[in-house]
Ligand binder design. Structure first.
Ligand SMILES: *Cc1c(COP(=O)(O)O)cnc(C)c1O
Length: 397
């Protein structure tokens, strides 16, 4: 998946254009910048590629999620439904605005189970936030129907799924809001960076102000700008955006390579009868950044992961035991271990996750192995890896 694997002259050339002007900030300094507006350029390219009206770049994917929620007026005490299997950034962004993360089971798509979402809705629920983990997606049709019925916002965390699609539309562009991450290990990288995309002009207007201290961005004199509401600094720098300008031109090339390597691995594992694959919702096309499969039991899966690793098959993940991506290791969230006091609403509103039954999630994630698809493999290396994996699993199962 990582864009850093294929990184070179294009990226250098774009960064140099910014360094030549010396203007590293995305706003202002019009006279000095020699026509270089890298953040704006990347926003325009992304809007075009994703088929949306508005894109706003941010300093990270976590910032993008935070700003997306804030831009839609989500705040203290509002409930946001999110999956048990995701990166910790999901609940971090929700807590950052004083809202309440409501954890909900995942199904065989490895993201939000629409049935479980509907069970979790209360009169405080405002947002459903599916996370398109490991290159594939939630059942967006079902989630859209639920959101419409209950008048909820759909916010897609597409940080790990850029380039994937659902019914011909880019992932991230289907909900009311969508977010991407361009951190160093994502498919497209800026070093650090993120983006929020939407067709809603109000959310966009709110987002660019909120992420720049509430500046209204009217006129050329920053000192004369008004501040209609409170904000923070979640800006991206021109240097980071410049790297992204080069990387985004390679998105289709990256997806092609991932697809080729993914297909080689999948073909080999299909021959192992006990291996089944993650369900991709009808109409969905993955971005092929991971190959995700299920083994028959938790014990076998844990063992298989260990044996694969010992045999040099690196970059495969057993998320069930992982500290970052699964609810079982989120004690800091469960116990609300923060440095200072959290908003009262969070303390009172957070469900007691130590008592919640997530056996439906365990049933799937406990049997999942995800193999990162590397861009840097040669076809031969992918083939060798595929045969080795298949024979290891065949022997074990
Ligand atoms: C990486 C990631 C994020 C956060 O992005 P950063 O740019 O690292 O802050 C959020 N959600 C998911 C699913 C991610 O993988």
């Amino acid at each position: 998946m990582p864009g850093f694997e294929l990184f070179g002259d294009k990226e250098k050339a774009e960064v140099e254009k910014v360094l030549d002007t010396g203007v590293l900030m995305r706003y202002g300094f019009d006279g000095m910048r020699n026509g270089q507006w890298k953040a704006k350029e990347l926003e325009a390219t992304l809007a075009n590629r994703m088929g949306v009206g508005h894109v706003h770049l941010l300093s990270s994917g976590t910032a993008a999620l935070t700003v997306a929620l804030a831009s839609a007026g989500i705040g203290a005490g509002d409930e946001v439904i999110m999956p048990t299997f995701t990166f910790v950034a999901s609940f971090e962004s929700i807590l950052a605005i004083g809202a309440i993360p409501v954890l909900v089971d995942v199904d065989d798509t490895l993201t939000l189970d629409p049935w479980a979402v509907e069970q979790a809705i209360t009169d405080k629920t405002k947002v459903v936030m599916p996370v398109h983990m490991c290159g594939s997606m939630a059942d967006l049709g079902a989630l859209q129907a639920i959101c419409q019925k209950h008048k909820l916002l759909l916010l897609e965390d597409a940080c790990q799924a850029i380039g994937g699609s659902y019914n011909g539309k880019s992932l991230g562009s289907i909900g009311d809001l969508g977010c991407f991450s361009f951190d160093y290990v994502k498919t497209i990288t800026c070093g650090e960076g993120g983006a929020m995309i939407t067709n809603n002009k109000t959310y966009y207007e709110n987002a660019h102000k909120y992420s720049d201290h509430g500046h209204d961005h009217i006129g050329n004199d920053r000192g004369a700008e008004q501040h209609p509401f409170l904000g923070y600094n979640f800006r991206i720098s021109e240097l980071n955006a410049a790297v992204g300008c080069a990387q985004i031109t390679r998105l289709d090339e990256f997806i092609e390579i991932q697809k080729k390597h993914y297909t080689i691995l999948r073909k080999a594992l299909t021959k192992v009868p006990q291996v089944t694959f993650r369900r991709v919702p009808e109409g969905g096309v993955e971005n092929y950044s991971f190959l995700n499969f299920f083994l028959p039991t938790q014990e076998i899966t844990r063992k298989a992961h260990k044996i694969l690793d010992e045999n040099g098959i690196d970059a495969c993940f057993y998320w069930f035991d992982n500290n970052w991506h699964y609810y079982r290791k989120w004690q800091h969230l469960t116990n609300l271990e923060s440095l200072g006091k959290l908003p009262l609403e969070v303390g009172q509103g957070l469900p007691d996750y130590s008592k919640t039954d997530f056996s439906r999630s365990d049933h799937w994630v406990g049997r999942t192995i995800s193999c990162l698809i590397k861009l840097s493999w040669t076809e031969e290396e992918a083939e060798k890896r595929a045969q080795k994996m298949a024979s290891i699993l065949q022997e074990l199962l």
